[in-house]
Design a binder for this molecule. Structure first.
Ligand code: SF4
Length: 326
């Protein structure tokens, strides 16, 4: 293993996930939906990397492709120094022990007819961990650790609130002691009052279990409290990557600037300079030429519709894809 790969748990290089679009009588391939279009990012061991962007920007597809729930169209994914891009069969199954997901809708991701004890122990059973008594003991401890009552083991998911169901989802994801958890909008379906409790729990568990987190969200204010570094996605592309503090203090990309300007101010007397973006996110089946953000960018220049900017380092560890910085 190289020194570089020991610092990074996960390295994603020029990852693409396209979906073919078929048309005509013969259902020939007439184009592609470019859900993820050439993204590169690295996750250091033990860090939280926040991946943000509006709905439909490709962040969830990126998360599922990185975990190999989806098959990549191109590019490479390296986990612990090993290329996992094309893993299949038993090797892919074995990878699932190290990489787990927490989903947005905890209810949809839990089997309503399974008791919680069975839901959480299922991954352990599937991978042949320990005797029945040992499993039960372990699952009881996990449920307690995520803040659920002891009798949760014998109850069904519908008997719990949204926040509690997400705790069940988290316990299940933790069962195999993974190294990486990809949390896809884990709190966006929850009441605001419950969101911070679940976020705090994730943070505590991250320390305790030495987890690396890829935290996907549409809301920059949620990501802020969780992330060491942040990547901003727009139309399948990563447009800015930097330390969380840098991104909030000095956002470079006009899209990031607009997202940050939309975060509500804690002090209502403070004037908000909100940047309102015109139009909607274009279709990833027919993305604009040049910079994908140019039809909505308040700082667009004539060359922006022709030249596609690359993600380049503008400050230390701060990368931006915008022609203003080239
Ligand atoms: Fe705006 Fe041009 Fe920069 Fe794209 S390249 S973000 S259109 S200024």
């Amino acid at each position: 293993m190289t020194q570089e790969s020991t610092e990074y748990l996960l390295q994603v290089h020029e990852l693409k996930k396209y979906y073919p679009v078929r048309g005509g009588l013969l259902q020939r391939r007439v184009g592609d939906v470019k859900a993820v279009d050439n993204i590169s990012l690295d996750l250091k061991r033990g860090e939280t990397f926040g991946l943000v962007g509006e709905s439909g920007c490709g962040k969830s597809t990126a998360g599922r492709t990185i975990t190999r729930l989806f098959k990549p169209t191109a590019g490479s994914i390296t986990f612990e120094g090993k290329d996992i891009t094309k893993l299949r069969g038993s090797e892919l199954r074995s990878l699932r022990q190290d990489i787990q997901m927490v989903f947005q809708d905890p209810y949809a991701s839990l089997n309503p007819r399974q008791m919680v004890g069975s839901v959480v122990s299922e991954p352990l059973v599937n991978y042949g961990y320990g005797s029945e008594a040992k499993l039960k003991d372990e699952v009881m401890q996990l449920l307690e650790r995520v803040g659920l009552p002891a009798d949760a083991y014998y109850k069904y998911p519908h008997e719990f609130s949204g926040g509690q169901r997400q705790r069940i989802g988290i316990a299940r994801a933790l069962a195999l002691k993974p190294k990486l958890i990809v949390a896809d909008e884990p709190v966006s379906a929850l009441d605001v009052s419950v969101q911070s409790q679940v976020l705090n729990l994730l943070k505590e568990l991250q320390e305790e279990f030495n987890l690396t987190l890829l935290f996907i969200a549409h809301d920059l204010s949620v990501v802020k409290h969780m992330s060491d570094r942040i990547g901003v996605m727009y139309l399948g592309n990563l447009v800015e990557v930097a330390d969380a503090e840098d991104i909030y203090r000095d956002p470079k990309h006009p899209y990031t600037q607009a997202l940050i300007s939309a975060i509500p101010q804690p002090d209502p007397r403070k004037k908000s300079d909100r940047i309102i973006l015109s139009g909607d996110v274009p279709s990833p089946q027919n993305p604009p030429t040049g910079c994908p953000f140019h039809p909505r960018c308040p700082k667009a220049m004539p060359e922006c519709s022709a030249d596609k900017p690359q993600l380049k380092e503008v400050n230390r560890d701060h990368r931006v894809s915008c022609l203003l910085y080239e």
